[in-house]
Design a protein around this ligand. Structure first.
Ligand code: 4NP
Length: 145
């Protein structure tokens, strides 16, 4: 299964979801390929936010090798599922959809609303990283049972 995680900048939220889900899937020997992208192109080619790298590392995940990429319509063909972190991401991603099948690939990462953006709040990285980890574990249960 190929899964794309999408947020705005692809340096805070989606790299956490990308790296954590990939590592958990690998541990379970699942043949899952996770990637991530941003609806904005501002940070293309950049590493994840150092605060996110540190929060992930504290929980045992290494996201430091990722590079940000800009979301493109071509990803609809490449991925089975596209998870967005908030309502704005959903609007931007589905705006580029060419079919109902494309739109149906787009899901909210959380099942109960938006994942807050920690970009302007240093102290949010740690709890958000934990929240992402919990949700990634739930997603593995959801898509393997
Ligand atoms: P992300 O967070 O969408 O979770 O990667 C942000 C990263 C960068 C900016 C905003 C949000 N920015 O304004 O540069």
């Amino acid at each position: 299964m190929k899964i794309l995680m999408v947020c705005l900048g692809n340096i805070c939220r989606s790299p956490l979801a990308h790296g954590i889900l990939q590592q958990l899937a690998n541990q379970q020997k699942l043949n899952w390929k996770i990637s991530s992208a941003g609806t904005a192109n501002w940070h293309q080619g950049k590493s994840p936010d150092p605060r996110g790298i540190a929060a992930a590392k504290a929980l045992g995940y290494n996201i430091s090798n990722q590079k940000a990429q800009h979301f493109s319509a071509k990803f609809f063909a490449e991925y089975d599922l596209i998870f967005v972190m908030d309502q704005n991401n959903y609007t931007e991603v589905t705006r580029l959809a060419k079919s109902q099948a494309d739109i149906e690939k787009v899901k909210f990462f959380l099942d109960n609303g938006d994942l807050p953006d920690p970009y302007y709040n240093d102290e949010w990285f740690e709890p958000i990283c934990k929240q992402v980890e919990n949700r990634c574990k739930a997603l593995i249960n959801l898509y393997t049972t």
